[in-house]
Design a protein around this ligand. Sequence first.
Ligand code: PMP
Length: 376
Amino acid sequence: SEDAFAMAGCFPFMSGGAAAGTADRGKGRGRVYDNVTETVGNTPCVKISDAICPKGRTIYAKLEYFNPLSSVKDRLACAIIEDAEKTGKLKPGDTVIEATSGNTGIAVAMLCAQRGYKCVITMAEPFSIERRKLMRFLGAKVIVTPKAGKGSGMVAKAKELSEKHGWFLCRQFENEANAKFHYDTTGQEILNDFSGMKLDYFVLGYGTGGTFAGAGKALKEKLPGIKVCLGEPADAPLVASGTKSERNPDGSAAGSHPAFKPHPIQGWTPDFIPKITEDGIATTGYDEFVPIPGEAAIQMSQQLARTQGIFTGISGGASMYAAVEMAKKAPEGSTLVAMLADTGERYLSTPLFAAISADMNEEELEISKSTPSFQL
Ligand code: PMP
C-alpha cells in the first residue's frame, strides 16, 4: 500500500517502499515537493513535560497541526480525493461536495484548489466562523445548515445536493479510503517513530473514526500489547450510553436522550456513531474509555499552550486530558501517544478563547490610560 500512495504522488518520503523505517525519520520535511498536498502527513511526536505528564510516565503528542492546512483532516482529503481520481469517480472540472464541522472542509477545499475542482461545503451553524472564512478563502462555496439539525442536518443537505446535481460526495463518515489512509500513514508513522522504543497506549477521540479505526488497526497488528484508549465528550455519550444516535428513531431531536447536551469539543462525536467508528469498535475495538468534560478539554488546551508551547484546539486538549487520566492509572514506566488533531488558531471565536477575549478589554483599557498596571 505504500507503493500505491507513492504512485498517487502522495508521501514521497515513502517512495522507497520498504525503506520507510526508522532510517527515514524526519526525512519527510525540509525537501522539495511538486505540490502542497505532498506535504500531508509525517507529523512529529513531541514529548510532554512533567508540568502536565504524571511522574514516571511518558506522554508524546502527535501534532497534526503540522499538516499544510493545520489539521488531521488533510489526510482524509488526500485519501478521498485521490481514491476518487484513481477509481474514475472524479474527473477534471468536477464539483466536490462534503458535510463537515470545518477541518474537513478546509482540507477538501485545499485539495480542490490545488487540482482544479469546484468545492461546495455544508456546515452546521454552531461551528466556528473562522472555519467558514478559511473555506471561502480557499475558494469553496459554504452552505450553512440550521443549528437544530446538527451534524445529521448538514450530512442530509450534502447528500441532497449531490444527488440533485451529480456532484462527487466525499462521505467522510463512511468512505473506506478514510480509515485505510490512516492505516497506511498515521499508523505506520507512529510505528516508525517508536520503533526500538516502548509504546503502551494510543489515545484519541473519534470524529469520523478514521484515525481510530485505521491507525488503531495498524498499531494493534504490530504491537499486540498496546492499549487503544478512546475518548468521548461527557455531554455526548453515544458510546458510553449505548445510544448510537443522539436523535430519536424518527430522526427528530426533541426529547432525545437526556444525557446529551451541547459540548465544545468541535470535530469529535457528531450526533451519531459513524459507520467507520462502529467498524473500528467491532474489529480492533478499544481497551479503555474516557468521558471528557468540555471544560477539562478547554483547560488542558490552555495548559498545553502555556506550559509546552503546544498550540492545539479543544479536541487536542480533550485527547491530552484523556492521556493524562490514562497515565495516572497506567503502570510506572508506561509510554503513551495522544493525537492532537488541529491548531488552536481555529478557535479564536470559541470558548477556548473566552478568558483571553475578556482580558483583552481590560488590557485595552489600561493602554488607553497609558498606565499599565499588569506586570510580567
Ligand atoms: N479533532 C478535530 C478537531 C477534528 O476535526 C476531527 C475530525 N472530525 C477529529 C478530531 C477526529 O478525527 P477522525 O475523523 O479521524 O475521527
